[in-house]
Design a protein around this ligand. Structure first.
Ligand SMILES: NC(=O)c1ccc[n+]([C@@H]2O[C@H](COP(=O)([O-])OP(=O)(O)OC[C@H]3O[C@@H](n4cnc5c(N)ncnc54)[C@H](OP(=O)(O)O)[C@@H]3O)[C@@H](O)[C@H]2O)c1
Length: 272
């Protein structure tokens, strides 16, 4: 199974399937870590207003010497800014902090009750302004996606959600495939936990790979993109090296079977 390193989103935008997440990366460390990731070959950085490091992400991209258009930047609209009145201004503030002319992907960070439709309409205006190439959502369930589609008839390009072997969201995956919504996996390595799981270890041993590589490959083979976070150069390189081996159908099934509905970040399932 050959996997392309990029995927085409709605609106004809190419997204690199391997990105670096920078949540909880202190601003003072961001310039160095993102610089090392770009040097190692990463071409997608996932940040957000709430991470407090957009400015340093932008600075690292400029310092890398890479052309801006070769690096994909995702940022997110924080929950306090989910209103028609605030969304455009909050986007402009993100753009200013990043110090770039455009954002590649801008996501509504969470399905805030009572604000979803107006926020989604505001994101459409942002994409129409030309300052953002694609818009999407994060932490949306099938119910929240269906609501947006019913009420606005505009389908998000991306839904960024927690997804890993211990949270195999099969129904969401099937729905996303059916509607051509790209799923991006956050916390794909469960923050470094559960790496001693016997099933993952035995699959990793069979391929002479590490458990994190198997977790990332499992996600990629299910069609997702991934944004693992690491501050270590060796892990950056290790996590990138997942395009040259393949999990068999039976290995995929074994890993699917690890699901235990484990949510370690947000739980949007009860959000009305
Ligand atoms: N949209 C949302 O609501 C949302 C929520 C959560 C996260 N996110 C995004 O998703 C990104 C990733 O999720 P995350 O930061 O929660 O956690 P994660 O990527 O699942 O795990 C990060 C942890 O794994 C370790 N790690 C990374 N590569 C490794 C390797 N090859 N071997 C061993 N350990 C390794 C890292 O430690 P080292 O630094 O030591 O490598 C770090 O402690 C975030 O940074 C953020 O961009 C989005």
């Amino acid at each position: 199974m050959h996997l392309e390193p990029t995927v085409k989103l709605r609106g004809n935008v190419q997204l690199p399937r391997m990105g670096l997440g920078v949540w909880k990366l202190p601003a003072v460390q961001t310039l160095q870590v993102v610089g090392e990731a770009l040097a190692a070959g990463y071409r997608h950085i996932d940040t957000a207003k709430i991470y407090g490091n957009e400015a340093e992400v932008g600075e690292a991209i400029r310092a890398s010497g890479l052309a801006r258009k070769t690096v994909f930047v995702t940022s997110k609209l924080w929950t306090d800014d989910h209103s028609k009145a605030r969304a455009a201004a909050a986007f402009d503030e993100s753009l200013q902090r990043l110090g770039t002319e455009w954002v590649d992907l801008f996501l509504s960070h969470f399905p805030v009750t009572g604000k979803r439709v107006e926020t989604w309409q505001a994101l459409q205006q942002i994409v129409n302004s030309g300052k953002c190439r694609a818009v999407g959502v994060s932490n949306y369930t099938v119910r929240h996606l269906q609501e947006l589609m019913d009420r606005t008839h505009i389908i998000p390009a991306v839904n960024q959600v927690e997804f890993h072997p211990f949270l195999f969201q099969k129904d969401l995956l099937d729905f996303s495939r059916q509607h051509n919504i790209h799923l991006m996996a956050y916390s794909p390595l469960v923050h470094g936990h559960y790496h001693d799981n016997p099933v993952l270890r035995s699959v990793a041993q069979a391929h002479r790979r590490s458990v994190p590589q198997v977790m990332l490959r499992w996600l990629l083979q299910h069609g997702l993109s991934v944004i693992p976070k690491t501050t270590q150069k060796t892990h950056m390189i290790e996590n990138l090296a997942v395009f040259d081996f393949q999990l068999s159908e039976s290995e995929m099934e074994q890993i699917n079977g690890l699901d235990q509905g484990l949510r370690t970040c947000w739980d949007p399932t009860q959000t009305p």
